[in-house]
Design a protein around this ligand. Structure first.
Ligand code: MD3
Ligand code: FE
Length: 203
């Protein structure tokens, strides 16, 4: 089923179901080479979400700010390549949502443990804001907050579960969004975690 949240923003429920276990196997390989880590915000706060990346560009944050870079700052090596099952899923979800030309070059892997959250923010470090973002949720359910174009607009709460995919483009691309605190639980495939893959065209 497809739900439209607002113009350009679509939830594709269970769109990734057939490949969830493949995605998780690839996450295991990527994080063996580029471990999920708690990055620091430019203001010096430790993020509660642990992050890794794959693809030509990775999103990083530290005392110098937010940016994309080709190397993992922990190792100096290039980020692991984007597995074909990742790119194929992201492209087919974008196509289903009406974006036939999506070419992701960056995938951020977010790992949430109980108590982890992400405050309301905009994604605006990408060069071409006409390209959508595709996100894939795996494991424990977590409530996503979908806000407006200003921080003050009160967000909608949308639960996202294992295999759900969301495509954010057009006039929704710069909406504020975040996720509420993950509640403790045990998922048969991911154990105590929720993973979110966020596909972007960064450069
Ligand atoms: C709505 N991650 O990594 S993905 C992020 O669940 C991020 O890990 C969240 O926000 C997570 O930046 C949410 C969904 C998402 C991503 C980008 C968006 C929603 C968006 C851009 C515009 C509007
Ligand atoms: Fe975001």
């Amino acid at each position: 089923t497809t739900e439209t949240l607002s113009e350009g923003a679509l939830v594709l429920r269970h769109f990734a179901s057939a490949v969830c276990e493949d995605l998780l196997r690839e996450i295991g390989q990527i994080t063996a080479a580029a471990p999920a880590r708690h990055m620091k915000t430019p203001g010096g706060h430790r993020m509660s979400v642990a992050m890794s990346c794959c693809g030509s560009w990775g999103w990083v944050t530290d005392g110098r700010g937010y940016r994309y870079q080709a190397e993992d700052p922990c190792s100096g090596d290039l980020w692991p390549a984007m597995p074909s099952v990742f790119a194929g899923l992201a492209r087919s979800a974008a196509l289903a949502a009406g974006y036939p030309d999506f070419t992701p070059d960056a995938c951020l892997i977010n790992r949430y443990e109980p108590g982890a959250k992400m405050g309301l923010h905009q994604d605006k470090n990408e060069r071409d804001l006409s390209q959508p973002i595709v996100s894939v949720s795996l494991g424990l359910p977590q409530v996503f907050q979908f806000g407006g174009l200003t921080r003050s607009e009160r967000p909608l709460n949308i639960p996202l579960g294992h295999g759900d995919v969301v495509v954010w483009g057009g006039p929704s691309r710069l909406r504020y969004h975040g996720v509420l605190t993950l509640k403790a639980g045990m998922h048969p495939v991911t154990g105590p975690f929720r993973f979110n893959l966020t596909f972007r065209c960064a450069r």
